[in-house]
Design a protein around this ligand. Structure first.
Ligand SMILES: [Mg+2]
Length: 282
């Protein structure tokens, strides 16, 4: 039995439905975990602006991890004293695991003469262009554009030039991650390291409790988190094959997709009695 679970969850395709972004299927378990004071910590590639908005929608007041592990945000209501290494950010504390965006914008500026017409930086795109490129609404695109730790670029050149560009970024101390639509320029961060930092913080603050992490994710960028968690749940996806893991123990593959799979796995792992959820549906 897991006595002090910390739930680290990816959003798109995991807690949120891949197509509709609905979390309705997960609501009874979310309510149950809230009542039991089990933290549900979003761990996502999204920005803090996007997260603050989504957390309101799902009524979540827990810490959260943004931009693929670039930073951990801690609500001051839950973490009264500033944890070591954090900076003050209004109602939140922020622990940064990456250099800030302006560092990467300067790096790209340095590369502009060499690769002048081959890429467009996110910061140079208008909201209208972003909407067209991503399919997000204007408001969503505005929040997605508020990146703090890395810079996505749109690549216009061929593969060979892209390879040279990636090498040039590497030589300047940067890392390039190939996303669905963009190349992400930044530090080599990952969801796993950020999860481990936060788990250690919980252990430091509550030394009498033995915390166990549960990570849930559906994609390649969840692998570090899934490998390092005490318990891993790979959520089935309607659009891609499950990421392969090295670990074999304490591993669940959900049968259902997205939030249905999320619910199914947590009921099993946390031995949530059906009755506890049935009550909620009435
Ligand atoms: Mg996902």
């Amino acid at each position: 039995m897991i006595r002090h679970p910390l739930v680290f969850t990816d959003l798109d395709g995991t807690l949120l439905d891949h197509f509709t972004y609905s979390f309705e299927a997960a609501q009874p378990v979310l309510d149950y975990l809230d009542e039991k004071q089990v933290p549900v910590i979003a761990n996502t590639s999204k920005t803090s602006a996007e997260l603050i908005h989504i957390r309101k929608e799902i009524n979540n007041t827990c810490p959260f991890i943004v931009e693929n592990g670039a930073a951990v945000y801690l609500p001051k209501k839950r973490f009264v004293d500033c944890p070591e290494g954090c900076v003050d950010d209004g109602a939140l504390w922020r622990y940064e695991m990456s250099r800030p965006r302006h560092h990467w914008l300067e790096l790209l500026q340095q590369l502009k003469p060499r690769f002048h017409s081959l890429f467009t930086s996110f910061s140079c795109l208008t909201n209208e262009q972003l909407v067209k490129l991503t399919g997000l609404t204007s408001e969503q695109a505005e929040r997605a554009a508020q990146r703090e730790f890395g810079e996505p670029v749109l690549w216009h050149g061929n593969r060979e030039d892209k390879h040279i560009f990636i090498q040039a970024v590497n030589e300047l101390g940067g890392n390039v991650l190939q996303g669905g639509r963009f190349l992400h320029i930044g530090d080599k961060v990952n969801k796993g390291a950020a999860m481990q930092w936060l788990k250690q913080l919980y252990s430091k603050l509550y030394p009498e409790s033995e915390f166990q992490s549960i990570a849930l994710g559906d994609s390649q960028n969840d692998v570090d988190m899934l490998e390092q968690a005490d318990h891993a749940v790979v959520i089935a996806s309607p659009t891609h094959t499950a990421p392969e893991l090295v670990r074999q123990s304490n591993l669940i593959h959900s049968k259902a997709y997205g939030p249905e799979g999320w619910t199914e796995a947590l009921i099993q792992l946390l031995e949530i009695p059906a009755q506890a959820l049935l009550k909620r549906e009435k």
